[in-house]
Design a protein around this ligand. Structure first.
Ligand code: GLN
Length: 439
């Protein structure tokens, strides 16, 4: 049942529903969408990515280094959920520290794609996407630093939404790249995404980057609104036939719904990839410096403090996280800072300006979210290939914009194909309205 329907259940019906859900999750262990199942309160169950703090629960960001760490407080999104009658219900699997696009880098092993066990669910919020797609969650929370909500949603055939940077409080979210991270809804349909977005969004004094805005969308949804929508013929050329076909199909249905379609071009995605992987790794290297074996989770003792740091971090972090910490420290180091980090920030500014110019003319942009359908396990084993596969998702984070991915069609072998709509900053209402007409 949908989130909207679940919110109408009475207490007794909810208890039964949650028991059934638990039984269903236990009967599907090979999917590995959940790390653990737990419940707080008597509300509608919502699955929580393992980097969002729920008081008294383990929270590990999918990492060995945080084994044994118990969250001392609720993230703001969890407080807001509890007030709205939603219950945190289980921690979902993810790439370690949200670094990845397949959920394969988790300490807890891989999560299967519910549509076909040979395929990845996407990442890093792969557990949340798989849980919703498999009917093992009414809805879920994910986090999106460079596509981690929208891309797994697309690979699993559900709706995933990244809010404007600052719309949703990051208080209690395990930081990956603080200037890019946003928590957002992963749901069965667009209306549910709007409902959950309304519940978790709003100004929060506990997050200094939180926007002083509290406007809501779900009671004003308008699927009949006529919009001016940009399409990107050149950008789409790098995508697979499945994605190109879905793109054509989406344009046709948008035109049918009475929207106006105009052509635009974006600058080469190689700039997005470079700016993103320099910015994200620089911020990650800084954020992850706090995991030293003293303050949080696992500790591997050494003869002295220095050795304890080294042992803890060498054994606690996985390969991909180590790679990014090294890359991040490199681009921030003296002598290279100007050549890499500062250049990336200039590029980021250009990416933001490019969107600002397009949004002077249009309401929405239609874009791919991934170059193809979900890859098979092991297919993206080369880190560079994995980074390059983020070409459609990351500029949105660099520009701080809201975007929503939704299922459009199926490939010949039955795998979901999704696309995303992108809106101007704080134009979530337009984003949801446009998405409804494409659903
Ligand atoms: N795949 C991207 C990365 O690894 C995005 C991850 C995310 O959004 N958390 O950085």
């Amino acid at each position: 049942i949908t989130l909207k329907e679940a919110l109408k259940l009475n207490k007794e019906e909810l208890v039964k529903f949650k028991d059934d859900l638990k039984a269903k999750i236990e009967a599907n262990p090979e999917l590995n969408a959940y790390i653990s199942v737990d419940n707080v309160g008597d509300g509608v169950p919502v699955a929580i990515k393992d980097n969002i703090q729920v008081k008294n629960w383990s929270v590990t960001s999918g990492s060995n280094i945080l084994q044994g760490y118990i969250a001392p407080y609720n993230a703001t999104v969890i407080e807001k959920m509890l007030k709205a009658g939603l219950s945190p219900f289980g921690r979902t699997n993810m790439d370690e520290f949200a670094m990845g696009s397949t959920t394969e880098s988790s300490f807890y092993g891989k999560t299967q794609n519910p549509h076909n066990p040979e395929y990845v669910p996407g990442g890093s919020s792969g557990g949340s996407a798989a849980a919703v797609a498999a009917g093992l969650a009414v809805a879920a929370l994910g986090s999106d630093t460079g596509g981690s909500i929208r891309q797994p949603a697309s690979f699993c055939g559900i709706v995933g939404m990244k809010p404007t940077y600052g719309r949703v409080s990051r208080y209690g979210l395990g930081a990956y790249a603080s200037s890019l991270d946003q928590i957002g809804p992963m749901t069965q349909n667009v209306e549910d995404a709007a409902i959950l977005y309304d519940i978790i969004s709003g100004h929060d004094v506990k997050d200094s980057t939180s926007a002083p805005k509290d406007d809501k969308v779900s009671d004003k949804l308008d699927a009949d609104r006529k919009l001016r929508i940009a399409v990107l013929p050149k950008h789409v050329e790098n995508a697979s036939t499945d994605v190109k076909n879905a793109y054509e199909k989406a344009i046709a249905s948008l035109e049918n719904a009475g929207h106006e379609i105009v052509n635009y071009e974006l600058m080469d995605a190689k700039f997005d990839i470079s700016a993103y992987y320099i910015t994200a790794t620089a911020e990650a290297a800084t954020n992850l410096a706090r995991y030293d074996g003293i303050r949080y989770g696992n500790r591997v003792e050494g003869k002295n403090l220095e050795e304890t740091f080294v042992n803890t971090r060498s054994q606690g972090f996985g390969d991909e996280v180590k790679r990014r910490i090294m890359l991040g420290n490199f681009v921030l180091s003296s002598g290279y800072y100007e050549a890499y980090y500062v250049k990336a920030q200039k590029t980021r500014h250009m990416i933001k300006e490019q969107y600002e110019n397009i949004f002077k003319d249009v309401d929405l942009i239609l874009s791919p979210i991934a170059p193809g359908i979900a890859p098979k396990f092991g297919e993206l084993s080369n880190p560079m290939d994995m980074y390059l596969s983020d070409l459609y998702s990351i500029s949105v984070n660099l520009a701080g914009l809201p975007a929503l991915s939704l299922p459009i069609s199926k490939s010949d072998n039955g795998m979901p194909v999704g696309l995303q709509l992108i809106a101007n900053a704080y134009e979530e209402q337009t984003l949801f309205d446009g998405a409804l007409s494409l659903e």
